[in-house]
Design a protein around this ligand. Structure first.
Ligand code: CMC
Length: 429
């Protein structure tokens, strides 16, 4: 295989080094191109730009492959737990029994938020979106332990990881309780990560609540499937913010904001809103699909992906899980019927076939979350809880890279050329 590529511009030819990844992905290294020739590469939306070397997650979009640290997502979703997968992503290897136990204890130990932080929730109006609260509170939480702003050694990093992962879950449940005017619940010592989240969401001070095992498993699986996805919008945001040497908490808070958008993590909420609208209006799936094709402003939410061009393996796992969960819980959801019909209609339609548009992770995750009682405005928060280990692992990779430089893309300027300032009295129009 060639170890360099040639680029000719006008009368000058330069050789550019080629980098080959462990799965034989090939990248042309253009980092010296501007210094050598004065020109830059242009890739609006970064669809063809490798922004980093990374050893965390591998995706083959053509074959529908997703692996965390080499392990296929199908195996992890079936056999592992979210906490174990988090350890794998962040520290690079599956933990042994002692390491896993220690990690669990660490998470439990740091699950409380500072008492004064509980009052912060009262400052948000009940209409506040939990993603806004989550982002603000992650930054707020770091203020209570200024030492967390630094990354001094492995032990302090592990401490920060446990605090961040555990508190994000506590904050998320608290933001929901605040929004519905119920008492914010303390986490329990006897419950594991995902059960504790459900307890804090649905528990009441005066009522017994024990999370259902099937529900816990379904939610844990959703978290595993969202745990990392290489250089997506929010992860790239975390890396970009981290590249300025901003601390882990500030970088992750920025990731939450990036995730919020409806083209990214917000799509799971948008899918249910779309299905609800179809259901309420009585519109047929055929007519909705026609509308999507005719109107550039209407998208089939939960369909399409920048990287996956044959299928999204996460959607495949979730579709199977969806049937199982609804069956076990005895839930009949008319929105599921619409989703299935919509999927069938779209997959047969030339528009979707020609553009390689398939259901993505958000198409079925919303239906499962709805079935297990997660409120609509918490869907993207669940995505964020799931994505925390991926963000941490990526932030750490930037931080530990001895060659790391601040992320600073270039641009091609298309604005006005130089012109002289005109005093306001002399301006026309
Ligand atoms: N419905 C209708 N048309 C679509 C859709 C869709 N969901 N997605 C893409 N297209 C069309 C698009 O109009 C374009 O058509 P044309 O070539 O005629 O202009 C073509 O397909 C390529 O689309 P694109 O916008 O260039 O693709 P992209 O890679 O920039 O966008 C995407 C990827 C996920 C943002 C997009 O597919 C989309 O908006 N999907 C709906 C939102 C969604 O489900 N997002 C969740 C993504 S998965 C979880 C995550 O990463 O957060």
């Amino acid at each position: 295989m060639a170890d360099s590529a040639k680029l000719t511009y006008q009368d000058k030819t330069v050789e550019l080094p080629v980098v080959v990844g462990s799965e034989n992905e090939v990248g042309v290294d253009v980092s010296k191109l501007r210094a050598q020739t004065g020109i830059i590469t242009l890739d609006d939306g970064y669809g063809n730009t490798g922004s980093c070397l990374s050893g965390i997650t591998y995706i083959d979009g053509e074959k529908g492959i997703l692996r965390y640290r080499g392990y296929p997502i199908e195996q992890l979703a079936e056999k592992s737990s979210f906490v174990e997968v988090s350890y794998l992503l962040i520290f690079g290897e599956l933990p042994n029994a002692d390491q896993l136990q220690e990690f669990r204890e660490h998470l439990t130990q740091h699950q409380f938020i500072h008492e004064s932080m509980r009052h912060h929730f009262e400052g948000f109006p009940p209409t506040a979106h939990p993603m806004a609260i989550l982002s603000a509170m992650i930054n707020a939480a770091s203020c209570f332990q200024p030492q967390l702003m630094k990354f001094e050694d492995d032990a302090s990093f592990a401490d920060s990881v446990a605090r961040l992962m555990s508190k994000v879950r506590t904050i998320s449940a608290a933001s929901y309780k605040q929004s519905i005017g119920q008492a914010i619940m303390y986490p329990r010592f006897d419950l594991r990560y995902t059960s504790n989240f459900l307890y804090m969401m649905y528990g009441r001070p005066n009522l017994d609540y024990e999370p259902d095992e099937d529900v816990v498993r379904a939610l844990d699986q959703i978290l595993i499937l969202h745990a990392d996805h290489e250089q997506n919008c929010s992860t790239s945001t975390v890396r970009m913010v981290g590249s300025s040497q901003a601390n882990l908490w500030a970088s992750v808070a920025a990731g939450v904001c990036a995730l919020w958008g409806p083209l990214h993590g917000g799509a799971n909420q948008a899918v249910i809103e779309m299905l609800t609208e179809i259901s309420a209006s009585g519109e047929s799936c055929e007519s909705f699909v026609r509308r999507v094709k005719d109107d550039p402003d209407t998208r089939l939410m939960g369909f399409g992906h920048r990287v996956y061009k044959s299928f999204d393996p996460r959607a495949k796992i979730l579709k199977a899980a969806c049937d199982k969960v609804l069956d076990k819980l005895g839930v009949q959801d008319p929105l599921l019927d619409i989703a299935i019909k919509l999927e069938e209609t779209a997959l047969k339609d030339e528009y979707f076939v020609a553009r390689n548009l398939y259901p993505n992770v958000d198409f079925y995750s919303g239906i499962i979350m709805r079935a297990i009682g997660i409120p609509l405005n918490m869907f993207t928060v669940l995505f964020a809880i799931g994505r925390i280990p991926g963000w941490i692992a990526n932030w750490r990779e930037v931080h530990l890279n001895p060659k790391a430089r601040i992320y600073r893309p270039r641009q091609i300027y298309t604005g006005e050329t130089a012109r002289d300032y005109v005093p306001v009295q002399q301006r026309q129009g």
